[in-house]
Design a protein around this ligand. Structure first.
Ligand code: DX5
Ligand code: ZN
Length: 227
C-alpha cells in the first residue's frame, strides 16, 4: 500500500491572536488537517483549548479538524468533540483503560479515530486488541511527551515507527502512521525513511513565514524518500 506524505499543522504553536489566518495559511499551503491539542492541566501540565475551538475554526477552514485529546478520561468528552465537529478524535493510549470501547465510541459518533503512544509506552495494548488496528485511521508515535511545543525529538521514535509499520502489515490494517512532536527539517527525513507518512508539526510550521516553512518541511521529507 502506498501512504502519501501528509503534513498536519498543530496550532498549539500558532499565533493565538491570529488563529483564523494561521489556520487558513496552513490549509492554503497543503496542510491535510488542522491538528488541535486539547489539554486539561491534569494529564499534561498545561491548558490549551476547550471544545469551542472546533466550531470556531471549522467555519473558516475546509480541511478536516483533528482533536488530539491530551486529557484524562477522554471517554467523557468524545460526544462533545464529535458534536462540535471534530473530523477525527485522537486519544492517548495510556488514558484509555478499555481501548476497544473508546475507539468504538469514537466510530459510533461518526468520527475517524486515532491513537497516540507516548515515548515510554510500547504497543502491548494494541497487540492485545488487534481489532482496534482495523478501525483506526491514524496511529501517532509521540516523539515528545504531550504538553508543550518545541521539545526535543525522542530517540525511541524511529525504531517505534518501524515497529508500527510491521504491526500494520501483520494485521493488514491501513492506518496512517504519524509522528507528533519535534517534526522539523532535521527530523523529517529519518521519520519518513522509517515509514511514517503523517507529519504533525507545530513550531516548525508556525513561523513568520508559514508558506515557506511548510514548503521546506515537505521537501525535506520528499527528498529523503527520493534517495
Ligand atoms: C504536544 C502536541 C503537539 C505539539 C507539537 O503535546 O501533541 O501536537 O503541538 O509541537 P512541536 O511540533 O513544536 O514539537
Ligand atoms: Zn498533538
Amino acid at each position: 500500500m502506498n501512504f502519501p506524505i501528509k503534513i498536519s499543522p498543530s496550532i498549539l504553536s500558532a499565533d493565538f491572536g491570529n488563529l483564523r489566518y494561521n489556520a487558513l495559511e496552513a490549509e492554503k499551503n497543503g496542510g491535510c488537517a488542522i491538528h488541535i491539542d486539547i489539554m486539561d492541566g491534569h494529564y499534561v501540565h498545561n491548558f490549551s483549548f476547550g471544545v469551542n475551538i472546533v466550531p470556531a475554526l471549522k467555519k473558516h477552514v475546509g480541511i478536516p479538524i483533528v482533536t488530539h485529546l491530551e486529557i484524562d478520561n477522554p471517554d467523557v468528552f468524545i460526544g462533545d468533540f464529535a458534536h462540535a465537529g471534530s473530523d477525527m478524535i485522537v486519544v492517548q493510549e495510556d488514558t484509555c483503560p478499555h481501548l476497544p470501547y473508546t475507539i468504538n465510541s469514537i466510530k459510533k459518533a461518526g468520527v475517524r479515530a486515532g491513537i497516540g503512544i507516548n515515548p515510554d509506552r510500547g504497543f502491548e495494548k494494541l497487540a492485545a486488541n488487534p481489532e482496534v488496528l482495523l478501525k483506526i485511521d491514524l496511529l501517532i508515535v509521540m516523539a515528545v511527551y504531550p504538553g508543550y511545543g518545541g521539545q526535543p525529538f525522542s530517540p525511541v521514535t524511529v525504531p517505534k515507527i518501524r515497529k508500527a509499520c510491521i504491526m500494520r502489515e501483520e494485521t493488514r490494517a491501513s492506518f496512517d502512521i504519524g509522528v507528533d512532536g519535534a517534526v522539523n527539517n532535521d527530523t523529517a527525513p529519518d521519520i519518513v525513511k522509517a515509514g511514517a507518512n503523517y507529519l504533525i508539526a507545530g513550531s516548525s510550521v508556525f513561523t513568520a513565514d508559514i508558506a515557506a516553512s511548510m514548503k521546506k518541511l515537505r521537501s525535506s521529507a520528499a527528498a529523503a524518500l527520493a534517495i
